[in-house]
Design a protein around this ligand. Structure first.
Ligand SMILES: [Zn+2]
Length: 70
């Protein structure tokens, strides 16, 4: 079952030291809430800025969508 493999891999990668070495989670400029929810990039960004290491986040606190360069 592919589903079983997926559920066993995810917790291991979350606890890996590699992720801890990365920059800490970006925060919302408005409410300083931690942006840990990534959403799909918009059509324009996907079409014209696909070469940029850009990530789109949503803040569930103030419902702002923002892009961050990683
Ligand atoms: Zn916010």
């Amino acid at each position: 079952m592919p589903l079983v493999v997926l559920t066993t891999i995810i917790p291991i990668s979350k606890n890996s030291s590699l992720e801890k070495r990365q920059k800490k989670e970006p925060t919302c400029p408005k409410c300083k809430n931690e942006l840990n929810a990534r959403i799909r990039r918009g059509f324009i960004v996907k079409t014209f800025l696909f070469w940029l290491p850009i990530k789109r986040y949503i803040c569930y606190n103030c419902h702002r969508k923002l892009y961050k360069l990683s």
